[in-house]
Design a protein around this ligand. Structure first.
Ligand SMILES: *[C@@H]1O[C@H](CO)[C@@H](O)[C@H](O)[C@H]1NC(C)=O
Ligand SMILES: *[C@@H]1O[C@H](CO)[C@@H](O)[C@H](O)[C@H]1NC(C)=O
Ligand SMILES: *[C@@H]1O[C@H](CO)[C@@H](O)[C@H](O)[C@H]1NC(C)=O
Ligand SMILES: *[C@@H]1O[C@H](CO)[C@@H](O)[C@H](O)[C@H]1NC(C)=O
Ligand SMILES: *[C@@H]1O[C@H](CO)[C@@H](O)[C@H](O)[C@H]1NC(C)=O
Ligand SMILES: *[C@@H]1O[C@H](CO)[C@@H](O)[C@H](O)[C@H]1NC(C)=O
Length: 583
């Protein structure tokens, strides 16, 4: 028994050393996810809009891959849960609404999250910015769920400058919603949120220990609204660039977008300065469509798509996105592969050589070979929305899109956010030149990106729906989703005008059966929508903070892990040296 144990120990030491050596030469790529909040499909200029120019984002997209058919859940909390789990919200209980600050629920602890898998594979893991997956118990918060560090906020939005979250419809005091790890953090009071998060991202990159790969989610507040009494906030110097926009709200929105675009340039620059960019994957996308009108409306535009955030339509679920990496064999093209937020966990893990547990029940698939090789689009079935409490669903088999019911009694079922062409940015006359002189393009320095190439890619990524067609208002095509389910052929009708349900009832039935299959396997929503008054910041020193005492430790999960690893790593390097010496 004793000798067996000794043998086992020896074996594990050898294995450890081998692994350790592998780790020091680690070539695993850095993963940088820039998650934008509530930005419209039509609010990046690579989709053709000339009103708000986004030269940095565009340069990243043109040098990488424009994700032309990138789908996401239609709301913050479900969308973020999907990214981190690789599962549909109906498989984690996150399908119904968002986490409201005083509601005691969050992403179930039974779920293992993307940062945990990457951390287990040796990554340093960082969350900067928004969480929105629950905080009523400390063990639901980011540093307890796989992130070594978190700098940012727990709720859906905060004030851009003083970082408070104020529930105006409740009688709570306003509370600061800002932390560094588990610590209350107010040293950055007054710094515009986009700048604060960008500064933190740069600090993380500059101080990163390059013997380890970095997994960083830069989860912006932009371009979500701030608190309801002052929803639109942008630095005056950014807003001043948009005097060509007459609507004051949209002008401030443009300043928010512009500030975000600058951040993308600075983040890419920081990666390059640190020598990390050439081994990085940068993914950028919006968590859902823009809320053009209604609750938290920011006047973003998803045009020409139908509907908006929190609706079953393309305007809510088709997200502006791009991915860039030198590890992608084919780059500089527009991808028409249908890809969904469920796919990022398996895709990024595969790209990084991070092993996921074999029995992990994922909904997503590895899209890396498809993206990297620019392969023929593969067939997909995607469940976009299934919220049986609000009572609506949205589903897609390849190009056939099924919609049953709607949100807000159908108030946002229309085509919103058409932009007046006479309000183009004067700089748009020199659009390609503007992109070529962006910070991202300066950093990447690719010569293959020419004026012509830019115009070509932009044309490929620009979406238009015939504007002169009136026949879709004929009753045979009319879609009244609150009355009866509809379906559309997105290949011919991406703007969801021609409901084909009356013409092809059999096809409709097939789609309904497929949706039914998803419903059979759905778990119930875990939302607890009874407010808990103990959430009131007045009870927590003026901060939004967990109010259930079921906590693991008083310290940070992050630092606990670090100490453990530090001991483990020093032990390993001791052995390493000892073995070298012995040989
Ligand atoms: C609202 O808060 C104020 C101040 O704490 C308190 O006096 C008042 O009773 C509260 N009202 C309600 C309806 O809870
Ligand atoms: C943040 O700064 C503003 C302006 O200086 C100040 O009025 C406010 O009290 C500060 N907030 C906190 C929580 O310190
Ligand atoms: C990336 O750049 C750094 C610094 O310029 C260099 O040391 C490293 O070898 C490069 N790595 C790759 C994979 O090209
Ligand atoms: C609607 O009318 C246009 C011509 O105005 C025609 O090209 C198009 O095919 C029609 N669409 C349908 C679905 O009937
Ligand atoms: C469509 O919605 C109705 C009303 O909510 C519901 O009874 C029906 O089951 C739904 N059909 C599908 C296939 O989801
Ligand atoms: C914390 O949550 C647990 C489980 O949800 C509950 O049983 C317990 O009473 C809560 N404790 C407090 C102090 O709220």
């Amino acid at each position: 028994m004793g000798s067996l144990k000794l043998l086992g120990l020896l074996l594990s030491v050898i294995l450890c050393i081998l692994e350790c050596q592998g780790a020091t030469q680690s070539t695993k790529p850095n993963i940088i996810i820039i998650l934008i909040d509530d930005m419209g499909f039509n609010d990046v200029s690579f989709h053709g809009s000339n009103q708000i120019l986004t030269p940095n984002i565009d340069a990243l997209a043109y040098n990488g891959i424009i994700l032309n058919r990138h789908y996401v859940p239609n709301l913050c909390t479900p969308s973020r849960a999907t990214l981190l789990t690789g599962k549909y919200p109906i498989h984690t209980g996150m399908q119904h609404f968002v986490q409201i600050p005083d509601e005691p629920w969050g992403l179930p602890l039974s779920e293992r999250l993307m940062p945990q898998f990457f951390r287990d594979a040796g990554y340093a893991t960082e969350l900067i910015g928004k969480w929105h997956l629950g905080f009523w118990r400390q063990d639901l918060t980011p540093t307890m769920r796989g992130f070594d560090h978190h700098y940012g906020y727990y709720n859906g939005y905060i004030d851009y400058y003083d970082h408070t979250h104020h529930m105006l419809d409740k009688n709570y005091s306003s509370g600061v919603d800002f932390r560094r790890d588990l610590k209350r953090w107010h040293l950055d009071n007054g710094t515009y949120a986009t700048e604060a998060f960008t500064n933190e991202a740069r600090r993380v990159i500059e101080q990163h220990d390059r013997s380890r790969p970095l997994f960083m989610v830069l989860s912006h507040l932009a371009v979500h609204t701030g608190n309801e009494d002052q929803p639109m906030q942008a630095p005056p110097e950014e807003v001043a660039k948009f005097s060509h926009i007459s609507d004051a709200k949209r002008r401030t929105y443009a300043g928010m977008v512009s500030s975000l675009d600058k951040s993308v340039g600075q983040t890419v620059r920081a990666l390059s300065d640190r020598g990390m960019l050439n081994n990085s994957i940068v993914l950028l996308y919006s968590d859902n469509g823009a809320p053009t009108v209604g609750i938290h409306s920011n006047s973003g535009s998803n045009y020409p798509y139908r509907g908006q955030k929190e609706s079953p339509w393309e305007g809510g679920i088709r997200s502006a996105g791009a991915i860039w990496s030198p590890l992608l064999e084919q780059r500089g093209y527009v991808s028409n592969q249908v890809i969904h937020a469920i796919d990022w966990l398996p895709t990024l893990a595969a790209a990084a050589g991070v092993q996921l547990p074999a029995n992990l029940p994922l909904d997503g698939v590895n899209m890396w070979p498809s993206l990297s090789g620019n392969l023929e689009p593969q067939s997909r079935r995607l469940l976009h929305v299934m919220d049986d409490i609000f009572g609506y669903s949205s589903y897609m088999r390849d190009n056939l899109k099924y919609v049953n019911g709607s949100s807000f009694e159908g108030r946002y079922d229309n085509w919103l956010g058409d932009l007046p062409t006479e309000e183009d940015d004067p700089l748009s006359a020199y659009y390609a030149q503007h992109v070529l002189s962006s910070e991202v393009q300066q950093v990447l320095g690719t010569r293959s990106l020419t004026n012509d190439r830019i115009e070509q890619l932009r044309a490929d990524a620009t979406h238009r729906c015939p504007s002169n067609e009136q026949n879709f208002t004929q009753s045979i095509y009319l879609c009244q989703p609150l009355e009866a389910p509809c379906f559309f052929n997105l290949a011919k009708d991406p703007c969801e005008r021609y409901n084909l349900a009356n013409l092809y009832p059999l096809q409709l039935q097939l789609l309904e059966q497929e949706v039914q299959q998803f419903r059979i396997n759905a778990i119930d929503s875990v939302r607890v929508n009874t407010p808990d008054l103990r959430a009131n910041p007045a009870f927590h020193g003026g901060y939004w903070e967990w109010w259930n005492d079921t906590t693991i430790t008083a310290g940070s999960g992050g630092s606990k892990w670090n100490i453990f690893n530090w001991v483990w790593l020093s032990c390993l390097s001791c052995l390493h040296v000892a073995v070298k010496y012995a040989l």
